[in-house]
Ligand binder design. Structure first.
Ligand SMILES: Cc1cc2nc3c(=O)[nH]c(=O)nc-3n(C[C@H](O)[C@H](O)[C@H](O)COP(=O)(O)OP(=O)(O)OC[C@H]3O[C@@H](n4cnc5c(N)ncnc54)[C@H](O)[C@@H]3O)c2cc1C
Length: 321
């Protein structure tokens, strides 16, 4: 076990975690960042990012994240690789159990562990991420102007993404494995009133068919007849929900019924003083790199304020084991 007490620890190295680290490091708070199972976060799984300000020609996701990491390192951020599996927030300093490291002790914490899109886990899906398959209509819809699009899902977010994507699509098909949709009536009606949307209900997706350069269709099973069918498409948007990465926080900090961290409106503060949340781990609505980065900034500023208010503590202290 380490005997150091950190002033601030950030969990996660997506845009939220890196931005929090940049602000904390520039405020001389010497943050430790635990990078977890996906260094660089979700954007490392995509290619072109065209909507992050400052890059008029766009930038590749992994390159953007690499730049953010370098910027955080430049101001003295310390990085460690590990997976946070448990926390003790019963008193300060807080304790973190980190697989691959051991116990980490800190006066304040920013949780920026993101949320993972749920995927279908069918052949061809992961291989074609960024090459036709996406889980983010806002991010990738623009790449499918004048093209055929499939949206998978039957909930509100699938209806919303489908309606949005009809701005770009030449034709759009919603594929859902049941006969009935889970979406609220108002969202269903909106989609049903949209003349660009076609329906392939009662179809189970079996395989995304690609060429190596892009995708050409989705193989589905018709649940009524049992027959296999091919729906031609250039783009496939999976809209079956997200799962916030908060399993290790259950019972330790307030989460909503979907597992997202609850923050005080307009702040990054959780119900535990000294524990802050940033990025997709608390944001069910926007889920963008720029909003995650912005909330990383907010969390770092809230954290700085919090630490200022408890400055009576000797920051250079160490724990005697
Ligand atoms: C394919 C794809 C394309 C996208 N394209 C765009 C785009 O073009 N523009 C845009 O604005 N947005 C895009 N997004 C959305 C954007 O990536 C997210 O909104 C953003 O990455 C969220 O940032 P974050 O910092 O909150 O979390 P994430 O990026 O999800 O990072 C989470 C971090 O937490 C770590 N972590 C998780 N659990 C633990 C744990 N238990 N212990 C330690 N560490 C942990 C992970 O390793 C990771 O480093 C895209 C998303 C996807 C999936």
């Amino acid at each position: 076990m380490e005997n150091k007490v950190y002033k601030s620890v950030v969990i996660g190295t997506g845009p939220a975690g890196y931005t929090a680290a940049i602000y904390l490091a520039r405020a001389s708070l010497n943050p430790l960042v635990i990078e977890g199972p996906q260094p660089g976060g979700q954007l490392t799984t995509t290619t072109d990012v065209e909507n992050f300000p400052g890059f008029p020609e766009g930038i590749m996701g992994p390159e953007l994240m690499d730049n953010m990491r370098k910027q955080a390192e430049r101001f003295g951020t310390e990085f460690k690789s590990g997976w946070v599996t448990g926390v003790d927030f019963s008193k300060r300093p807080f304790k973190l159990q980190v697989e691959g490291i051991g116990e980490i002790v800190t006066e304040s914490l920013i949780v920026a562990t993101g949320a993972s899109a749920r995927y279908l886990n069918i052949p061809g899906e992961q291989e074609n991420l960024g090459k036709g398959v996406s889980a983010c209509a806002t991010c990738d819809g623009f790449f499918f102007r004048g093209k055929k699009i499939i949206v998978i899902g039957g909930g509100d977010s699938a209806m919303e993404e489908a309606n949005f994507l009809t701005r770009f699509a030449s034709e759009l098909t919603i594929v859902h494995r049941r006969d009935e949709l889970r979406a609220s009536k108002i969202m269903q009606d909106r989609a049903k009133d949209n003349s660009k949307i076609k329906w392939a209900l009662n179809r189970t997706p079996l395989e995304v068919v690609g060429t190596g350069m892009g995708i050409i269709g989705l193989k589905v099973k018709n649940n009524e007849t049992g027959a296999e069918e091919m729906i031609e498409t250039d783009g496939l948007f999976v809209a079956i929900g997200h799962k916030p990465n908060t399993d290790f926080l259950k019972g330790h900090v307030e989460l909503n019924d979907q597992g997202y961290i609850v923050v005080k409106p307009g702040t990054s503060e959780t119900n535990i003083p000294g524990v802050f949340a940033a990025g997709d781990v608390h944001d069910m609505k926007y889920r963008q790199a720029i909003t995650a980065a912005g909330s990383g900034c907010q969390a770092a500023l809230d954290c700085e304020k919090f630490l200022e208010g408890s400055m009576a503590h000797d920051w250079s202290s160490t724990l005697s084991n």
